[in-house]
Write a protein that binds this ligand. Structure first.
Ligand code: PLP
Length: 460
């Protein structure tokens, strides 16, 4: 990407540098509803259109090289085109991509999940993370005979009907047209980090399961207070509710065994996607055998007709995803890749905060494991020139809304002009990133801060 031409604003220069993407976005709007196929790709002024990717980089249709912190929406802990995953997929391509049948690969895949994830006695493969949370909720309702799913403000569990309530601020009004009131009535939302509110709602006795991102909402954007995970485990058990960890992001990233391995708190059910399928579409629900047994057929027509939870899906455990998943999980099993990516993310978060401190600008970078978030224009009381896990003095709603601030809105195109792509106000670090990449990113961030300040966009 060409160096910033200082006489142009970020927006003006962006339209010029990414002209091919702008043309494609205009065409897309004529044929794809809203021009995008994932609400997360609704970025201003328009999204870059990518032509290829390798390692830590993507190249767009204009030939701009971008250091990638989207990393397949968090699927690519090993970076783009990991040679072992590609080799496994190539081998499988010659053997067929869809048997519409049981096959050895799905057994190896489920075994790999069960080996790594401490609470995964039984596994069920799904097509996506959204399907995984939908199935886990159905399993929980069937296993307990209770109707309500309890979730936390700001926690994201995919786009299915039961997951949307309380996801975005204002948390008490967050849903989507098209979701029935009757459905919303079966979902309860409480703030995270408030054991009293959780207990009060559980005490009503109708909760089948508590579902949560064990990192805190939106991959550690809204951090959990120390001890809250364990408190939630205890309270769920005490009131006869199951605990579901949604490890779609944290799975295989927070540790080889996910957040549950890292924190030593075990859920009854776990939902997974992304890294589990090595960059291919795929997800899974796993859990205790006695809970997962509601998915079994029995030689009992009454059980099958009335007690068995139904589950289908054309693409479940397709051989190509299974091959990628097995290769990925085998490679990341010893925990070294997770530690490496985390070291890099610590360096990045610290470097961003150092730049903000030096310039005396409002904002902070934070996160956990190998993910990071940046909130420009917002102040927390505990920023230093180093890493930050949990910003203080800022509400969950403020943190969750931070990617859409005016300053963050300029950071995204500003960094793209420097050849760096963020994801939803932050990003995911992979082992394909290097110290040099991180340091380049910090320098680029510093220059873009200067540019945003010069455009008079900082709220102060
Ligand atoms: C925590 C969490 N749960 C569920 C999902 C939904 O997964 P998918 O996009 O594969 O449907 C996501 C997606 O980002 C997620 O981050």
């Amino acid at each position: 990407v060409a160096q910033a031409a200082t006489d142009l604003s970020i927006q003006q220069e962006f339209a010029r540098t990414f002209a091919g993407s702008l043309a494609l976005q205009r065409q897309a709007r004529g044929v794809i509803a809203g021009g995008i196929n994932h609400d997360g790709r609704h970025v201003k002024p328009f999204p870059p259109y990518i032509a290829r990717a390798d390692g830590a980089h993507k190249w767009d249709v204009d030939g701009n090289r971008l250091l990638d912190y989207v990393m397949g929406h968090g699927s690519l802990l090993l970076g783009h085109n990991d040679p072992d995953i590609l080799a496994a997929m190539r081998d499988q391509l010659g053997l067929g991509t869809h048997y519409g049948a049981c096959h050895e690969g799905e057994v190896r895949w489920a075994e790999a999940i069960s080996r790594l994830v401490p609470s995964a006695e039984r596994v069920k493969i799904t097509g996506t993370g959204t399907e995984a949370t939908l199935l886990a909720m159905r399993v929980a309702r069937a296993a307990t005979g209770k109707p309500t799913i309890l979730k936390f403000e700001g926690h994201f569990h995919g786009w299915q009907d039961y997951a949307l309530k309380g996801e975005k601020p204002p948390f008490d009004a967050s849903t989507s047209p098209g979701v029935l009131e009757q459905v919303l009535a079966t979902v309860a939302v409480v703030p995270a980090n408030d054991p009293g509110a959780l207990e009060a709602r559980l005490a009503e006795g109708d909760v089948a399961a508590v579902i949560m991102e064990p990192s805190g909402g939106s991959w550690a954007m809204i951090p959990l207070a120390d001890g809250f995970l364990a408190a939630t485990r205890d309270l769920a058990s005490r009131y006869g509710a199951l605990l579901i960890f949604d490890e779609v992001i944290t799975g295989f990233r927070w540790a080889a065994g996910g957040a549950q391995a890292r924190f030593g708190v075990l859920p009854d059910l776990t939902t997974m996607a992304k890294i589990v399928a090595g960059g291919m579409p795929g997800g899974a629900v796993a859990g205790r055998a006695e809970v997962m047994e509601v998915l079994e057929f029995r030689d009992d027509p009454v059980w099958n007709a009335t007690r068995k939870v139904r589950h289908q899906g054309t693409y479940n455990a397709n051989p190509l995803a299974a091959a990628a998943g097995v290769a990925c999980l085998d490679k990341i099993a010893d925990g070294g890749h997770q530690e490496r990516a985390e070291q890099l993310a610590v360096r990045l978060r610290g470097g961003f905060n150092t730049a903000l401190e030096r310039r005396g600008l409002p904002g902070f970078a934070w996160g956990e494991s190998s993910v990071f978030h940046v909130a420009l224009g917002l102040s927390c009381s505990n920023r230093t020139a180093g890493d930050l896990r949990s910003p203080e003095g800022v509400s969950a709603a403020q943190l969750k809304a931070s990617p859409s601030s005016r300053e963050n809105g300029l950071l995204y195109p500003g960094l793209l002009l420097e050849g760096v792509e963020l994801f939803s106000g932050g990003g995911m670090v992979s082992v394909a990133h290097t110290e040099d990449h991180i340091d380049e990113t910090i320098s680029a961030f510093d220059r873009v801060l200067g540019r945003i300040e010069a455009e008079g966009a900082f709220a102060g």
